[in-house]
Design a protein around this ligand. Structure first.
Ligand code: AMP
Length: 397
């Protein structure tokens, strides 16, 4: 089956066309600045050159039309006709408590997703705009929604409840939901396969360290805790997000700086994390370079980032009463040996010892702990698009 995998933001559309049998990516690309001046589409067919075209893209329907045109272009296209697309898999950000697994996007499901808009006002409406635009152009192709929150729905009450008046949970569903679920599921499952162990018998901690970052505890194939909360703001130090913070700081800064709640949230989401601590960059490559050059701002940011991850690993080892494997994934987790090393330096009490040579290798699935390390540490590249394609193929079969 040929599966069209879509990740729609409010002004962007990321896509891949995946063959669900060979699991090959046939083409991929991105539409940027949808509805904003200066639109751009980039398109890369498998084994071909990346093409970038400047074009105004007034809305998501036009973005889909351009993508379908690129994929069926007689010269660089990978399809003769869009009829060859068997199904579409949409990344959906927030499924609330309604979705513990992926779902075919029929009218009832779309209504249920719309009810979750309150919980993710920036992301869910954009996802829905994408689904509707796609439906208009491909009305007869089945569509599946794969939710970022679904994998975390197995968390027990004590992990997902906030200790605030219970009525807010009952009235509005205020609780931890967690994100990056597709990645945490894919990586933990793949880790067990890679190590030749039974997923259902393992205790795994997944560190998804990208621009957005989260840790999850996966016990016997089920998520039992994760660091992001009702929104993706909680937990680790991220590119521009603060992660955990004392809510009292908000009142303090509101008084001192005259900031309202919108400005405070904007500061926590967009001006904090590595960017806030370095006062220079949200990109971990810059932070790493500065760390090696012993620049004070980068040293404090790099240390804070690693310390927070290590704290969560400790918490989740406790939550699961042990850990068999720790996996690093996503942009930073897959590419930054120094970050992995600095995090693992805290984990001697778990019997972790790192093989420095293995840790410096790049590329595919890789064990970076020594043979006698009590806990296995590995790098498992994530592939959310492939995970969405697999789910989509499974549901439409
Ligand atoms: P993601 O959100 O998974 O795309 O990851 C983005 C983050 O990964 C950014 O902070 C990048 O700086 C970081 N990243 C990507 N490549 C590297 C690399 N070679 N070394 C260190 N960090 C990297």
């Amino acid at each position: 089956m040929k599966i069209f995998v879509i990740n729609c933001g409010s002004s962007s559309l990321k896509f891949q066309l995946i063959d669900s049998v060979s699991e090959e990516c046939l083409a991929k690309g991105l539409c940027e600045r949808i509805g904003i001046e200066g639109g751009m589409i980039s398109y890369t067919p498998a084994g071909g050159e990346k093409e970038k075209t400047k074009v105004e893209i007034p809305d998501h329907k036009e973005a889909f039309r351009l993508v379908l045109e690129a994929m069926t272009n007689p010269k660089t296209g990978v399809l003769k006709s869009t009829d060859e697309i068997d199904a579409v898999g949409h990344r959906m950000v927030h499924g609330g408590e309604k979705f513990a697994c992926s779902a075919i996007l029929d009218a009832d499901v779309l209504a249920a997703v719309t009810e979750c808009n309150d919980l993710a006002p920036l992301h869910n409406p954009a996802n829905l705009v994408g689904v509707n635009a796609c439906k208009e152009l491909m009305p007869n192709v089945p569509m599946v929604g794969v939710f970022d929150t679904a994998f975390h729905q197995t968390m027990p009450e004590e992990a997902y409840l906030y200790a605030i008046p219970y009525e807010y949970y009952k009235k509005y569903g205020v609780r931890r939901y967690g994100f990056h679920g597709t990645s945490h599921h894919y990586v933990s499952q793949h880790c067990a396969e890679f190590l030749g162990k039974n997923y259902e018998d393992m205790k795994i901690i997944v560190c998804h360290l990208g621009n957005g970052a989260s840790v999850s505890a996966v016990k016997n194939g089920k998520c039992v805790d994760t660091s992001m909360g009702m929104t993706p703001l909680e937990g680790l130090v991220m590119g521009t997000r603060s992660g955990d913070i004392d809510a009292g700081v908000l009142e303090f800064l509101a008084n001192k700086e005259g900031m309202d709640i919108k400005e405070l949230l904007n500061m926590l989401n967009k001006k904090s994390g590595l960017l806030g601590l370095t006062e220079a960059s949200s990109d971990s490559r810059d932070v790493e370079d500065g760390y090696f050059e012993k620049k004070e701002n980068c040293v404090r940011a790099q240390k804070s980032f690693c310390y927070r991850v290590a704290k969560y690993i400790g918490a989740y080892a406790a939550a699961m009463n042990g850990v068999d494997a720790i996996c690093f994934t996503a942009g930073v987790g897959e590419n930054s040996p120094i970050t992995r090393e600095m995090i693992c330096d805290y984990l001697g009490y778990l019997g972790v010892t790192i093989d420095k040579e293995a840790n410096n290798k790049r590329g595919d699935d890789n064990i970076i702990s020594t043979a006698d390390s009590k806990t296995t540490v590995c790098v498992i590249p994530t592939n959310e698009e492939l995970a969405i394609a697999r789910e989509t193929a499974r549901l439409v079969k």
